[in-house]
Design a protein around this ligand. Structure first.
Ligand code: ZN
Length: 267
């Protein structure tokens, strides 16, 4: 089967991961800009990272027959320093113009702080001005529900943003219903050794349906699995779901959402 992983941090992965992915059918990946595991100290280090995402990584992926796209933005964990944030935001447009950049992401909230909200607001202004797709990160902490609500309220108060052009990621059972009701796409993330198992994801598919859902590995520099989407597809198959529904979740859905950006072409 063919799979699109709509959220994976390939700069942290090895060439062996690329090889395993390509021979397993994952030949299209999207990499949101995010936290490196430590706070970057200067705007120049963000510039270098965006250069890596838009130039180095697509070339590395291409060696394995994988199409690599990315999202550009300042992640919420590094949004507390407003002067640094302004400096980074000043050169976002230059990177958003690049041929493999799908839109603004992953941006959102981490601790739901005032500064995080201010920086998210500025990202939304850029998205409106440029009509960009938006990929939203929701808090992993206990305030996921509150953070998701704040984000949705911010977006809904801007009528020029179409919710169908926004994907709210890291959704869980207690946030999916509201996200769908508001017309957004939603992402579910698979985490090995923790709460986001394939079984739990497919439980959610059985409750909420396949519409406007994208499932991703979010594999990064920490304990994670770049083949987890395939393992989740296998769980869906094991439960007797038809191949068409499996293809819908793991290929057609991300393709539909991402194709709203004309630069996107799935392998
Ligand atoms: Zn991520």
């Amino acid at each position: 089967m063919k799979v699109i992983d709509p959220h994976i941090h390939m700069v942290s992965r090895t060439t062996d991961d690329y090889l395993k992915m390509t021979i397993s059918g994952i030949q299209t990946v999207c990499e949101p800009a995010f936290w490196a595991g430590y706070d970057r100290g200067t705007a120049a280090s963000f510039r270098d990272y965006f250069q890596q995402l838009t130039v180095v990584e697509p070339a590395r992926a291409a060696r394995f027959g994988i199409k690599h796209y990315c999202w550009i933005g300042l992640n919420s964990k590094e949004s507390e320093d407003l002067a640094l944030a302004d400096e980074v935001l000043s050169f976002l447009p230059e990177f958003l113009d690049r041929p493999t950049v799908l839109g603004i992401g992953e941006v959102g909230l981490n601790k739901n702080s005032r500064n995080e909200i201010a920086v998210l607001e500025k990202h939304l202004e850029i998205a409106v001005a440029r009509n960009e797709l938006i990929l939203i990160h929701t808090p992993h902490l206990e305030d996921k529900h509150k953070g998701t609500r704040i984000i949705m309220d911010m977006i809904r108060s801007e009528p020029r943003i179409d919710p169908a052009r926004v994907l709210i990621d890291h959704a869980e059972e207690h946030t999916i219903g509201e996200i769908k009701d508001n017309g957004f796409w939603f992402g579910m993330t698979l985490y090995p050794n923790s709460k986001g198992s394939p079984e739990r994801a497919i439980d959610a598919v059985e409750i909420f349906g396949t519409e406007r859902l994208c499932i991703n590995s979010s594999a990064d520099w920490s304990v994670s699995d770049p083949l987890s989407t395939l393992k989740c597809a296998n769980e869906m198959r094991r439960r007797g779901h038809p191949e068409a529904a499996i293809n819908q979740v793991f290929y057609e859905n991300p393709k539909s959402f991402l194709s709203q950006c004309p630069k996107f072409q799935a392998a």
